[in-house]
Design a binder for this molecule. Structure first.
Ligand code: MSP
Length: 650
């Protein structure tokens, strides 16, 4: 992202079509989507590009192994990527495929231009090639004289006629560019690696191959039908051919790119080859090339052979797309490697989203409804809450800078600090006490303060969780628009009078029990046990509920007639409980650490008997036992003396 930029152009890498999309692909795409959405909200003219990289030896081989033509295979996998991004509501402006005719024409035009400039010459290549990385290596670079230093797979010896790009000619110019543009490569640590690499000397780059034909042909003017272009030259050019380079040039107004988002493994191609090609073509250089780290799973590298690759669709289906987006953007500092675990994801959902954000909305709707018939006016906010407003302003003042530097996690951390101010203010000012004291104006000022904070947060989080934020905004009566962004974020104005509407709970709590699922992410949605609504503000603030509310829960005495351990579960026991219905209920209780199965049989407990059945680890649970837990452990709540099974507790 770039500050105050009229046109913003954001790109993801184009994904190889030899694999289905995994969490790594989703990560880059979600970051890019977030930046593009944010940029549009601020009013910048924005172009967001993604697509697929379809040529090269790797794809040709994968197709052959499947008995398909390369084109058929590419069509199918490219379609899957596109469908996934559509399912994820990714707001790309163009989905480019390197097999698109216009792209091929653009690449040929670029080759011809570089050739005519004298930057391309014909020679013979002799060296090693890693098909998996589509990269050339010298013998010195190999591990144990054979293996790819990047992916560890065996390399092939290549000896063929090839065209070369005079990369060495651009060494000094590249160094000059790095030195004069502090943030051209982000994060800085990665930039230093690149600068050192280039200072170590660059060799000319082989940019054509003759040993296979699945690639873009060289321009006809060269009359070299045996050659196809090196897949990285073909692929990198997508960033300009997508804008019409070599064709109608109709979107070239977006060039140079604001941010090329890439994974750390492909930074060298983007930070060395790509600017050198652009220099040769006399095109301006991108503003930022931002390299993110890699995701592991439960601490381990993901790989197809280990079967631990995280499928982003399954995660989003199980936990919700917005929660997944939030997790990806918040969990790891940009540039560092991150670990995906269900526990970390659930913690984010329950704590950040459920407690800090979702609950705040419940509190606004509860307080405004109970005290003010859902009407909120900002008229006295400054009178009573200038201090909180100033604290919020200070945090939000420079928050966008984090986005310009790709520190999205820090952007989110500061938004959460703003939410903390709001949650704390409720505790500090106790609007329910103010109401009891007849200080309605003060109570209203507090409710309005929280509503204003929530409105600002919504504008800043819209790009992160568009679906949930749309609901929050509707509930607050706020429009997510460029106009509101300018009014509330830039000009720091307060909301006009508004009416709150109730919404369903946005981030239902996900039970800890989910952790005990097998490591497979794939799971039945029913297994995500959802707790009942968080207490509404009326209950929370006054600590009182009506008797009717209490009797909504049916509590009964149950006799545990059978108990078994649940294999592979640290916490669960499977119980058969008689609650006086003629037929036992199966109850899965997370008490294995505190009770053995044997000692439970024949004892009694208090059972919540009207809970919706839920599946835990694929097994049905038809009730819940009451228990109390403190630092000395957990105890079941039991009747003092035995009671008939099914006796109602009241
Ligand atoms: N086709 C090239 C890119 C050409 S761009 C002109 C390519 N494709 S890829 O499909 O193999 O990788 C696409 C992106 O996914 C890369 O940025 C890579 O870093 C990223 N990731 C692949 N595995 C990853 C993780 N486990 N974690 C995070 N990102 C990872 O390279």
């Amino acid at each position: 992202m770039q500050q105050n930029c009229k046109n913003v152009y954001i790109t993801t890498p184009i994904y190889y079509v030899n694999d289905v999309a995994h969490i790594g692909h989703a990560y880059t795409t979600i970051i890019a989507d977030m930046l593009a959405r944010y940029s549009r909200l601020t009013g910048s003219k924005t172009f967001f590009l993604t697509g697929t990289d379809e040529h090269g030896q790797k794809i040709a081989q994968s197709a052959e192994q499947r008995g398909r033509t390369a084109q058929e295979y590419a069509d199918e996998v490219s379609g899957k990527f596109r469908t996934l991004w559509d399912d994820f509501d990714i707001t790309y402006d163009k989905f480019i495929r390197t097999t698109d005719e216009e792209h091929k024409i653009g690449v040929q035009k670029a080759f011809e231009t570089m050739y005519n400039k004298g930057d391309i010459y014909k020679g013979d290549y002799e060296g090693y090639y890693c098909v998996s990385c589509e990269t050339f290596f010298t013998e010195k670079q190999l591990i144990d004289e054979q293996f790819c230093p990047d992916c560890g797979k065996p390399t092939n010896i290549v000896k063929e006629e090839s065209f070369f790009f005079k990369l060495s000619k651009y060494e000094d110019k590249l160094i000059e560019w790095y030195e004069q543009n502090e943030d051209c490569i982000l994060p800085r640590a990665k930039k230093n690696e690149i600068v050192n690499f280039v200072k170590g000397g660059l060799r000319d780059l082989s940019i054509s191959r003759t040993s296979f034909d699945w690639g873009v042909k060289l321009p006809e003017s060269l009359n070299e039908p045996k050659h196809v272009m090196y897949v990285w030259l073909d692929a990198l050019m997508n960033y300009v051919t997508a804008l019409g380079y070599g064709n109608d040039e109709k979107n070239m107004e977006f060039w140079p790119a604001t941010s090329h988002l890439v994974g750390k493994d492909i930074l060298r191609f983007h930070a060395i080859y790509w600017p050198a090609f652009l220099m040769s073509l006399d095109l301006p250089l991108p503003k930022h090339i931002a390299a993110h780290g890699w995701w592991t799973r439960d601490g381990e590298k993901m790989s197809k052979s280990k079967g631990n690759v995280v499928n982003p669709k399954e995660v989003a289906d199980a936990y919700g797309l917005d929660a997944f987006r939030y997790f990806m953007l918040r969990e790891v500092p940009f540039g560092q490697d991150g670990d995906f675990s269900q526990k970390a994801l659930m913690d984010r959902i329950n704590s950040d989203l459920g407690n800090d954000l979702g609950n705040l909305l419940n509190r606004i709707s509860g307080m405004s409804g109970k005290y003010f018939d859902f009407k909120v006016t900002s008229k006295d906010v400054k009178k009573y809450h200038q201090k909180e407003l100033d604290e919020v302003e200070t945090l939000l003042e420079n928050i966008e800078d984090y986005l310009y530097k790709m520190q999205i996690n820090r952007y989110l951390e500061d938004i959460w600090k703003v939410l903390t101010i709001a949650n704390k203010a409720i505790g500090d000012y106790e609007p329910w006490a103010k109401m009891k004291e007849g200080k309605e104006e003060e109570a209203m000022a507090l409710v309005a303060l929280i509503t204003n904070i929530m409105a600002r947060v919504s504008l800043l989080l819209d790009s992160v969780m568009p679906e949930k934020i749309a609901k929050i905004a509707t509930s607050l009566g706020v429009e997510i628009s460029t106009e509101s962004y300018h009014k509330l974020i830039k000009d720091k104005e307060l909301l006009d009078d508004t009416t709150i509407t109730k919404v369903e709970q946005l981030f239902p709590r996900i039970e800890e029990i989910l952790l005990e699922q097998a490591p497979e992410v794939k799971k039945d949605k029913n297994e995500v046990e959802v707790k009942k609504e968080e207490p509404s503000v009326e209950q929370e603030d006054d600590n009182l509920i009506t008797i009717d509310k209490f009797f909504e829960t049916t509590l009964k005495i149950g006799t545990i007639v059978e108990a078994q351990e649940v294999p592979k579960s640290k916490k669960l026991l499977k119980l058969q409980v008689d609650v006086g219905e003629g037929k036992n209920r199966q109850v899965l209780a997370g008490i294995k650490e505190f009770y053995s199965a044997e000692e439970l049989v024949g004892t009694q407990a208090c059972v919540v008997a009207n809970l919706k059945p839920a599946k835990l680890m694929g097994m049905l649970s038809e009730g819940m036992l009451l228990a109390a837990r403190d630092e000395n452990g957990l105890n079941l709540i039991r009747p003092e003396k035995p009671k008939v099974a099914g006796t109602k507790i009241s």
